[in-house]
Each structure stands twice: as structure tokens, then as C-alpha cells.
Design a protein around this ligand. Structure first.
Ligand code: PGA
Length: 274
């Protein structure tokens, strides 16, 4: 059974105080469910042999950089894991406004988003810089969520697969994937991000299957079969179940709906329900 990762990308939203409140509310809401009961009840040995869906779901929140330290402290004894929205490839130096992996690790980050389409379209991120960040981060204990996805224009001109292939081949160049507990790929069609217009389950499954097939060619079937491919783009409390029910969809990267507990929680529940 593959892992399912549900990650909230808060983008440039919330003050630090609002962020702590939201993070604690998410952690408390999850703790008040019984979704994780099977995981804590079964022994580590039996979990290794027959992982249940409870063992396989990880919830991540990615607040703005200013909140990471304080939220890291607030959720450190909960099941919610902390992620950042970007990371630089150098260890340190004259890179105004950038953050190093050591800085992120020091405040408790276990995850980082790399190559989000907003970074690509507004801030000059390219497949090459995605690759530089990724090559660096795989040498650390932080797990990357690498975003890929086509624009509406490319979809309409039937270049979706070509775009995904280019983004994956260049983005992952020289990077060893390990499958379980390694690099996460997030398929995020750009036309679906923040628009309220999610990909249909058929469109999502088609793209995810293509991505898994490509990973299989690049790294072998075993690794591809165990590698998480999240869907992102207007995932919400209404469509999460049918999107996550798709065979190759392993969780979600959620923007808008991750800013409200009443919307984020049903998405997390959908991941536990598969
Ligand atoms: P959205 O954002 O859920 O608001 O569409 C997704 C993302 O950008 O990761």
C-alpha cells in the first residue's frame, strides 16, 4: 500500500498568530478523530508487514517562512508535520531572502515544496533551478514535494504529456528516487490552481498514470509503484474523495482549502478512507 500525503500549502496567507491558531486547530481536530487508532493499536512489526491506511497517511502544513519556528514548536508533539514553501540549493551565503535546508531543519521542517507553479510563473523558477534545489535537498532529511503541471494553453494544444515529461526529466536529472519515503511528485495542472476548477478524476488519473509510467521507465517499476504522486489544484472537501479514489492519486497538495479546518479536515479524512 502506497503512502498518502495530504499537504496544506498556505502560500502568503495568515499572520503568525493566525497561523499558530490554525495549525493547532488542525492538530487537535485530527487528534479528536479515531482515524489513527489502528496505527497506534497495531505493533510496529505488524505495521511493517501489513501497513493499514492509518499507517500510511501523513498530514503536512506549509506555512509562510516567518511562522515556521513558532508553528514548529506548536505542533511538535502532534501528528502534523511541518513543511516550508521553498529552499535554496546552497548551504549558506549571499542569497538575500533565501532559506537553507539547515535553517529549515533547525525549526523542525520535515518537508519542503519545490517548483510550485507560482514560483515558476511569477519568480523565474525553471526546471533547472528545480533540479538544483532537489539535488541539494535529497542529501538532507527533508522530504521534497516537487510540483509539475501544464498550463491551460499546453493542455488545449495537447502538449500535457510533453510538458510533464520535460519537467520530470530535467527536474529529476541526477536524482535517485527511492519510492517509499522519498521524493513526492505533485501533479498540479496550472489551470486548476486557485480557480475552483479542479481536474476531473479521469483527467487526474490519466496524468498520474502517465507520470508513474515515466517514473517506471526512469527508475524501474518497483520504485515507481511505491512513489507518492499527489494531486493539487482546487482540491476541496467536495471533490477530495473522488480524486483520491483514483488508482494513481496518492493524496493532495491543497492551497485555499487548507486555510480552514472545516475544509481541510474532510480532505484528510478522504485520505484515510481510501
Ligand atoms: P489550490 O492551490 O488548492 O488553492 O488550488 C493548490 C496549490 O497551489 O498547491
Amino acid at each position: 500500500m502506497r503512502e498518502r500525503i495530504v499537504a496544506g500549502n498556505w502560500k502568503m496567507n495568515t499572520t503568525p498568530q493566525e497561523g499558530v491558531k490554525l495549525a493547532c486547530a488542525v492538530a487537535e481536530a485530527i487528534a479528536s478523530t479515531n482515524w489513527q487508532t489502528r496505527a497506534s493499536a497495531s505493533s510496529a512489526e505488524s505495521r511493517r508487514q501489513t501497513p493499514s491506511s492509518a499507517d500510511n497517511v501523513t498530514v503536512v502544513i506549509c506555512p509562510p517562512a516567518t511562522h515556521l519556528a513558532i508553528i514548529g514548536e506548536a505542533v511538535k508533539s502532534s501528528s502534523v508535520e511541518l513543511g516550508a514553501q521553498n529552499v535554496h540549493w546552497a548551504d549558506k551565503g549571499a542569497y538575500t531572502s533565501e532559506l537553507s535546508s539547515a535553517m529549515l531543519e533547525a525549526v523542525g521542517c520535515k518537508w519542503v515544496i519545490i517548483g510550485h507553479s507560482e514560483r515558476r510563473s511569477m519568480f523565474g523558477e525553471t526546471d533547472e533551478t528545480v533540479n538544483m534545489r532537489l539535488r541539494h535537498i535529497v542529501k538532507t532529511d527533508i522530504r521534497p514535494i516537487v510540483c509539475i503541471g501544464e498550463t491551460l494553453d499546453k493542455r488545449q494544444s495537447e502538449q500535457t504529456f510533453a510538458v510533464l515529461e520535460q519537467q520530470l526529466k530535467v527536474g529529476l536529472d541526477g536524482v535517485e528516487l527511492v519510492g517509499r519515503e522519498g521524493v513526492v511528485i505533485a501533479y498540479e495542472p496550472v489551470w486548476a490552481i486557485g480557480t475552483g476548477l479542479n481536474a476531473t478524476p479521469e483527467q487526474a488519473q490519466e496524468a498520474h498514470r502517465f507520470i508513474r509510467g515515466l517514473l517506471s521507465k526512469m527508475y524501474g517499476k518497483d520504485i515507481a509503484d511505491n512513489n507518492v504522486i499527489q494531486y493539487g489544484g482546487s482540491m476541496n472537501e467536495k471533490n477530495a474523495n473522488e480524486l483520491m479514489a483514483c488508482q494513481d492519486v496518492d493524496g493532495g497538495l491543497i492551497g485555499g482549502a487548507s486555510l480552514r479546518v472545516d475544509k481541510f479536515l474532510p480532505i484528510i479524512k478522504a485520505a484515510y478512507s481510501q
